[in-house]
Design a protein around this ligand. Structure first.
Ligand SMILES: [Zn+2]
Length: 134
């Protein structure tokens, strides 16, 4: 059987913020996987996660892997969603120096990377600061 390209397989879970919820230990996680990263249980179901949260920790990447060079410097963060789920993700639409712990962010769909000469563009979830009207 021909295998479905990785990009295609991951599309559904990347386009919406779908994580996994473990029915045994109650933890939620992202990205979705079939066994719980906390307790190892296979009793996991997909769950739509909240699309807002805060920056828990972050680091600024100035010397990225080749495929991300055009984007440097950029910020990768651990975002704690409003339901407590931790999501590793890139922070976008903000100067790296303006990112801070506790910053309120929301999920957006953005170009993630281009794959070599074929120019396949992958899209994925990133987070950007929530614009407040204050
Ligand atoms: Zn578990």
């Amino acid at each position: 059987m021909r295998s479905v390209p990785r990009v295609w397989r991951e599309r559904v879970t990347k386009y919406r913020l779908i994580g996994g919820a473990c029915k045994d230990c109650g933890k939620t996680f992202y990205p979705y996987r079939r066994s719980c990263p906390v307790c190892g249980s296979d009793n996991v179901e997909p769950r739509k996660l909240p699309e807002t949260g805060v920056v828990e920790t972050f680091s600024i990447v100035r010397s990225p892997p080749t495929e991300f060079v055009g984007q440097a410097p950029y910020v990768v963060a651990l975002v704690r969603l409003d339901d407590g789920t931790l999501v590793p993700a890139q922070i976008t639409d903000v100067e790296p120096d303006e990112v801070h712990e506790g910053m309120r962010v929301e999920a957006v769909l953005r170009r993630y990377r281009e794959q070599g000469e074929k120019g396949i563009i992958e899209y994925g979830i990133k987070f950007r600061p929530v614009i407040s009207n204050e």
